[in-house]
Design a protein around this ligand. Structure first.
Ligand SMILES: Nc1nc2c(c(=O)[nH]1)N[C@H]1C(S)=C(S)[C@@H](COP(=O)(O)O)O[C@H]1N2
Ligand SMILES: [Mo]
Length: 539
């Protein structure tokens, strides 16, 4: 009886150690890759690259669901998911190695190759991006082979120490105290080496980040030659719970596919303008942009993924270079004047592409290459050093962050990133209104209650907002003034609230005379419609 029990326990101990070896191999791979990525570029980290590739391939419905469910944490959830899968794979590789070292090594190598191919194949990726994963793969193979060898009878056979049942070193036997010690010692060395290179890599990466931050902090955006007029008095109603007229940078929404925010160096940044109908290609540095006349405008940005009542909308005071004159300088004419290109494709450093209609960009609105946001250089997460902003177009068809080039082409010839993923090629912002206060499901005291929110119809303007209670008559809300047509407007309606459960609804009418439709459609493919409503309890 005793020997059988011992053999069973021995088998489980070996399996446990083998699984642990697999996990250690994965940790070693990521740690070594971290160090290499610090030397190549942060985007080449295997988890970042694989995560990015997953984002690129995620079906639109799933992506929409993820943004809705996890909000800005969607990327964190994705990375946790990838690490969980990697751990399972690593356990499998460790167990496989116990059966056959060669197969286990191949499994570990596969991990490296997968990361390498993914990293190099990402938009904006190149051969050097494969290096961190490849070196990580080599580390994984080494760790799994060195560790599992100790557990492995075949490994001992290699070392001319034939295993026998009597020696207790076969796959089924109990691990000898000597082997257990050797294993634990080797595992500790592997763990320590991983921790060392991981921490060093991480340190180098964060030093790079700190340097980029210091460089950004030392920049000053010149005073704009064409400043924004002061906000009309009362533009901000300053009601509790109502979104402020100007969204502070720290609260500004963020939507992009970058798992790691690019931290570019403004002093080496350059962009070019080229393509169809361009008579003189332009190449511009950050300095070149700052040396031009700068315009300053209040513009409300909105994401096409914003649900009715959603948070992906914000208003900022942008400083930048007017885009249309720049395009004219390059010899570009809009299609309405016989120009050859109808699509302006903006490309970012991470390979993202966004396409705007040339006619829209050049129709006289304040389309700009923005460098400043609310009195400071663009924050990294909002596109430092330079991004596009076009009033009236959803972000996905206009607001390219971390801009690297502008290419004139046609909608027929080129599908940009989101269009390849079933979003509409053209995305004018739909007229929308939102109730900010009272919040849905709030309990409020009876009496006079300010019902307030925001409404937007960028580049058209908001003309009226109406509120109704429990499907009753529509009541005109009071509109706060706005500096122009390109921002949202706050509104408020004083409600004599009586006890009970009530449903508040809002709808806006824009300056073209259009009143928001009640019909609810989802965000895909070109933006949500419908009236925002909240249900509240009055005590
Ligand atoms: N490089 C890059 N630019 C991008 C995106 C992106 O994924 N990558 N997302 C776009 C989308 S969908 C929107 S709504 C806006 C959001 O800008 P914000 O993050 O500054 O609010 O950026 C746009 N610009
Ligand atoms: Mo968006």
């Amino acid at each position: 009886m005793a020997p059988a029990a011992g053999r069973g326990a021995g088998r489980w101990e070996r399996r446990l150690y083998a699984a642990g070896s697999g996990v250690l191999a994965a940790v070693a791979a990521l740690a070594v890759a971290e160090l290499c990525a610090a030397l190549v570029r942060p985007e080449a980290r295997p988890v970042t690259a694989v995560g990015g590739a997953v984002i690129d391939r995620t079906p639109i419905a799933v992506k929409d669901w993820a943004i809705r469910t996890f909000g800005t944490a969607d990327k964190l959830v994705l990375q946790i998911g990838i690490l969980t899968l990697l751990t399972l794979f690593a356990v499998a590789v460790g167990l496989l190695a116990l059966r056959s070292l060669r197969a286990g090594a191949a499994g570990a190598a596969l991990f490296g190759v997968f990361g390498a191919v993914t990293a190099a194949g990402r938009p904006g990726g190149s051969a050097p991006d494969a290096v961190p994963s490849l070196v990580g793969g080599v580390a994984a193979v080494a760790v799994v082979v060195l560790l599992v060898r100790i557990l492995h009878p075949a490994g001992r056979a290699d070392r001319a120490a034939p295993a026998t049942e009597a020696g207790g070193t076969t796959e089924h036997g109990v691990l000898s105290a000597l082997d257990r010690r050797r294993f634990l010692r080797a595992a500790s060395v592997a763990a320590a080496a991983s921790a060392g290179s991981g921490l060093l890599g991480n340190r180098l990466l964060s030093t790079g980040d700190a340097e980029a931050e210091a460089a950004r902090d030392s920049l000053t955006i010149p005073r704009p030659g064409d400043p924004a007029p002061p906000l009309p008095p009362g533009a901000d109603l300053e009601i509790d719970g109502l979104a402020p007229f100007t969204t502070p940078n720290k609260d500004f929404y963020r939507v992009d596919t970058a798992l790691r925010v690019p931290r570019l160096d403004a002093t080496t940044w350059r962009m070019k303008i080229f393509g169809r109908g361009v008579e003189r290609e332009l190449e511009l540095s950050y300095r070149d942009l700052l040396d031009r006349e700068l315009i300053e405008r209040d513009i409300t940005l909105t994401c096409v993924s914003n649900q009715v009542g959603g948070p992906y909308v914000g208003n900022a005071r942008w400083i930048g270079v007017a885009l249309a004159p720049l395009l004219r300088e390059a010899g570009v004419r809009p299609p309405s004047e016989g120009g050859a290109a109808d699509q302006l494709v903006a490309r970012s450093v991470e390979g993202m592409t966004l396409g705007s209609p040339v006619d829209t960009v050049m129709d006289g609105r304040d389309a700009m290459l923005a460098v400043g946001m609310n009195g400071e250089p663009l924050p990294f997460r909002n596109g430092f050093p330079v991004r596009m902003v076009v009033p009236g177009l959803y972000g996905y068809v206009s607001a390219c962050k971390w801009l690297s080039e502008l290419e004139l082409t046609t909608f027929d010839d080129f599908d940009v990133y989101w269009v390849e993923r079933d979003w509409a090629a053209r995305g004018p912002i739909k007229t929308m209104s939102r109730i900010d206060t009272p919040r849905g499901f709030a309990t409020i005291p009876a009496g006079t209650v300010p019902v307030a929110g925001v409404a937007w119809a960028q580049h058209t303007g908001i003309d009226g907002v109406e509120v109704r209670v429990d499907g009753g008559e529509w009541r005109e809300a009071r509109l706060a003034p706005a500096p122009g047509e390109d921002t949202w407007r706050q509104w408020v309606w004083e409600w004599e609230a009586e006890p009970g459960s009530h449903r508040l609804e809002v709808r806006a009418t824009d300056s073209s005379g259009y009143t928001q439709t009640e019909e609810r459609v989802g965000t895909v493919p070109d933006g949500a419609t419908g009236w925002h409503s909240v249900v509240v309890t009055v005590d």
